[in-house]
Design a protein around this ligand. Sequence first.
Ligand code: NAD
Length: 429
Amino acid sequence: MSDNDIFGQAIARLDEALEFADIDREAVARLRHPKQVLEVSIPVRMDNGDLQIFTGYRVRHDDTRGPTKGGIRYHPGVTLSEVKALAFWMTLKCAVAGIPYGGGKGGVTVNPKELSRLELERLTRGFTSQIADFIGPETDIPAPDVYTNAMVMGWLMDEYSKIHRKRSPGVVTGKPIPLGGSQGREDATGRGAYYCIKSLEAAEGWRPGDMTVAVQGFGNAGQHVARLLQEDGYKIVAVSDSKGGIHNCEGFDIPSLCTAKNETRVLRAVYCHGSVCELVDADVISNEELLELDVDILIPAALENQITGRNAGQIKAPYVFEVANGPTTSDADQILSQKGTTVVPDVLCNAGGVTVSYFEWVQNRGGFYWTVDEVHERLREIMVREFAEVWNFAKSRGTSPRTAAYALALGRIGDAVESQGTARYFAGN
Ligand code: NAD
């Protein structure tokens, strides 16, 4: 299996969970293969008049438990294997969260930072028209992921609605609120991770003021989890983006960093009073150095394959919360487990995003919208409940939270498969 075979590596981890999972072999065999894979080419007229062709993918991994659900990523590193792995993780994640969806994912191989806003809109509308027969409110529902946002989702909904000649807000989640988005979707992924950290705080009995935190990836998910933790007294001592990171043992003021980053696209160590920001002391560090800092909590919130067999031995944080999808490779997992590091896995830790996406879809179908407090409370209830399920399973069976989460998810998917009959049933056993 090559390093680029992200899907192969993701599927291989199923085997570790099988000894703990109550699931029929047939159901497992189905999970090893995505249900449907679509590759499209997207011709886009660029601002200078040239025609450029981009490649896009949409994968529906498994829909036994409901329509497939998962984000769309715009990134130069997008490959079919990556999209298949991300779709597979979505199948597990929806089962871990106990929401009635299967897993899907999409992506376009593009560097969106090199596109103008108009080019980005044309790309999104072109991609939507290529996948318009594949997605739908009852079949496959996209959402934002790396380098896509609410506005991109709004364009997608608009284009899909034009093609199908009816307004279809339920075809996509993470939309702008005036176009049918949900309150509380913007910070849902970070907030879900925050509820996981609060659950472990209660279990382990630490005090927020004693805890230092490093966050790799200061985008949607990373910014919100950092903000919520700081509001609670945690000290966020390092953050980074694709260009590198900053570190200060005294901790940063996260709203100031967010203001500066979101306005200038540059991550700078600043403290802002209103709209006036002044520089504060900080060391410039690389993403690799951030991962190896001597902190209590490490939050990878960027891309997959960041903690690997090469650097896992140097990870000092005793707690890792995987806000990104797939940040830890399986050889790294083994090293971390031998060191006694607690890793709260992606399929649980970042499930807040898809959970509030589910709330958005429910609201679109009902045409009745909830308050932000209702969204937060329902999200909190699900995250706290499912964290406890995973944690108690791991403790009682003597396994890792990741294996526990996979085993619980497999059990739930297995229940759905067996409800339709497997070889055992048809053989009369
Ligand atoms: P985003 O585009 O808002 O932010 C990504 C951030 O990562 C940016 O700050 C970018 O500069 C940084 N980054 C990119 N490459 C990096 C690198 N090599 N090292 C360090 N930082 C790097 O994306 P997001 O929505 O916050 O997603 C981040 C992660 O969370 C992804 O793995 C995504 O799949 C996962 N996730 C997101 C959601 C969601 O609702 N947005 C839900 C579940 C999981």
